[in-house]
Design a protein around this ligand. Structure first.
Ligand code: FES
Length: 433
């Protein structure tokens, strides 16, 4: 035993042990350093299915590039906007059969329409022939939806009713070429929500519904509400800027401070001014895009949505409604007030976004419950993609129908043999999102 101790604790053995430990540490150190560097850039990676973690900062859970990274935006499209109930409109915007409204929601062109049967439906705004846009105006009314390109037309239920030159094509069946319908749900109060998931989505969750019910009772929101005015503005900022708690401040400040100049002095305009200036504004947020508001003790409520167009562009959509009809002068006054307020809101958010992306960083107020919920959902989706080893597109649609026709049409579209070329060279009717 003594001889073993002599060997183990001899100066040369201790020296050998120290050198070995030093070598091991030296070998491990570069790995630690690389790992930290990789984590630091993970938020900017262009491969969202890479094995890098999404959360990268020690100080915050929010990934770098949260408001600017195109890879994060693509992940939001797949993990959030392809499988979440999104508020789009109110039934008051579709008072007659055929009335429709088009939206660009996270790059998904969709439209909502009231059918001849009175039901409100939503569809991908994409022709089943060569993916051309069906409703090219933002709002309109038609009970026959014709595609301008080769003349296919659909009814208000999305059914293909006319397909010139295709009636005698072997394997072609109109019933297999209806518009791709999107899950739509109209609440008892007339709020229209859509969910792009190609599979059956879970219903709107109870918490969201009870929040909306509470808001509806307090505001008097109802299916018989009257649409007064609305507008879509294109803005240069990331849609998640709408998750800032005090987002409405510029809007209300504008409404409350500048109305006298905007309205002049008629009795009706004074009444409208009093509505906006004297009554407190109450709100309810529907994750992830929309704020509902009402002016206490008035007949007005409105919806303000931030629909993403890209990682740095957003469509701001606002609509104001009333519980009873509104005269033209009053409507004009409200429209003007909202236009000014929305314009100010847009400019102020654009300035904030510009400052944020030019070195100021993300203000702490964005670390809120809604941001955490968005992050949780896309992180979960990313986890599933990593498990599967590829990206998952919940909204993806594939055409059904005869293989013979699909093959023939593929050849035909490659030759562009029907009548004229395709819109953008993409002849596929598979929506690969
Ligand atoms: S008819 Fe719509 S793209 Fe051909």
């Amino acid at each position: 035993m003594e001889s073993i101790n002599n060997i183990l604790f001899s100066p040369s053995s201790i020296l050998v042990a120290l050198v070995t430990v030093a070598l091991l540490i030296n070998k491990a150190w570069p790995r630690v350093t690389r790992s930290k560097q990789n984590n630091k850039v993970a938020g900017h990676t262009s491969d969202p299915t890479s094995t890098q973690p999404l959360s990268v900062s020690k100080e915050t859970e929010i990934p770098e590039g949260w408001m600017t990274d195109s890879a994060i935006f693509e992940l939001e499209r797949r993990g959030l906007f392809s499988q979440t109930w999104i508020y789009l409109a109110h039934s008051a915007q579709f008072t007659k059969p055929g009335m429709y409204q088009s939206f660009d929601m996270a790059g998904f062109p969709v439209f909502v329409i009231r059918g001849k049967d009175g039901k409100i439906r939503a569809f991908h705004n994409v022709c089943r022939h060569r993916a051309y846009t069906i409703t090219r105006k933002e709002t309109g009314a038609s009970t026959v939806l014709g595609c301008r390109y080769h003349g296919w037309s659909y009814d208000t239920t999305g059914r293909l009713v006319k397909a010139p030159q295709f009636d005698n094509v072997p394997g072609f069946e109109k019933s297999q070429n209806s518009l791709f319908e999107i899950h739509a749900h109209t609440t008892q109060q007339g709020l229209v929500f859509v969910n792009l998931n190609a599979e059956e989505p879970s219903p709107l969750d109870d918490e969201a519904m009870s929040k909306l019910n509470g808001f509806s009772v307090a505001s008097g929101l109802q299916p018989g509400s009257v649409w007064v005015a609305g507008q879509t503005l294109s803005a240069d900022f990331n849609w998640k800027m709408g998750m800032k708690p005090s987002i409405l401040e510029p809007f209300t400040t504008e409404l409350k401070s500048n109305l006298p100049e905007a309205f002049g002095r008629s009795t009706v305009k004074d009444a409208v001014r009093r509505i906006f200036q004297s009554n407190p504004l109450h709100e309810s947020y529907h994750f992830p895009t929309t704020l509902f508001h009402y002016f206490v003790d008035t007949k007005f409520w409105f919806a303000l949505s931030f629909f993403p167009a890209s990682e740095s562009k957003t469509h701001i959509r606002y609509d104001i409604f009333s519980h009873s009809s509104v005269g033209q002068v009053e409507t004009n006054a409200i429209s003007a007030a909202l236009e000014n307020a929305s314009d100010r809101l847009k400019r102020e958010i654009e300035n904030d976004y510009h400052s944020m992306t030019n070195g100021q960083g993300l203000p702490a107020e964005f670390e809120n419950q809604d941001t955490r919920e968005a992050l949780r959902r896309i992180s979960e989706h990313r986890r599933l993609e990593k498990m599967q080893g590829s990206q998952i597109y919940p909204a993806m649609r594939k055409p059904k129908g005869s293989n013979l026709f699909q093959q023939a049409e593929k050849v035909c579209s490659e030759l562009d043999c029907v009548s004229g070329g395709s819109k953008n060279g993409n002849s596929s009717t598979v929506l690969d999102w």
